[in-house]
Design a protein around this ligand. Sequence first.
Ligand code: 5GP
Length: 193
Amino acid sequence: MELLEERILNDGNILGENILKVDNFLTHQVDYKLMKEIGQVFAHKYAEAGITKVVTIEASGIAPALYVAEALDVPMIFAKKHKNITMTEGILTAQVYSFTKQVTSTVSISGKFLDADDKVLIIDDFLANGQAAKGLIEIIKQAGSKVLGVGIVIEKSFQDGRQLLESLGVEVTSLARIKNFENGQLNFMEADA
Ligand code: 5GP
């Protein structure tokens, strides 16, 4: 997605060896017009798939996921990272190691929002080693729902998230694929959409 790649080049900052900071349009301040475009691209790709729910993980997946859900006209569910006393029954959980926070946490979705008829599209802001998406796949499978794909805004293709998800039999669609960070320079490879 050309518009997204331009924005990453203009506004992204490389931190250390393998982190990209995009807090002025995606992970903190959010550009809703760009999110709306992103929503359209994923919705176009999955228009005929019969998606019934979009699932993401809080917090930075929520903005793109909501626009995908709007474009597909289905509900969006975000997995919660913290225990909540209002979540009392039928909680589905998975352990997720956070790449950026370097801690393992329990993420959860209330079972009442997913059932065996659901066809789910997972959306997330970044794909690094695939742990967040893998946790969501585990939760969705516990509900008996089908995962039809994982849609990623920014994939760091030099990490092994895509291989992990494909080994689980799940299709990955990334709107920007970063090949490497070389001498402070960001290089893309061909994206999926
Ligand atoms: P994974 O679970 O695939 O290893 O990492 C994906 C999750 O870690 C995403 O949900 C995202 O929040 C966070 N993440 C991974 N890499 C980056 C990065 O380079 N920049 C930012 N801002 N978040 C990242």
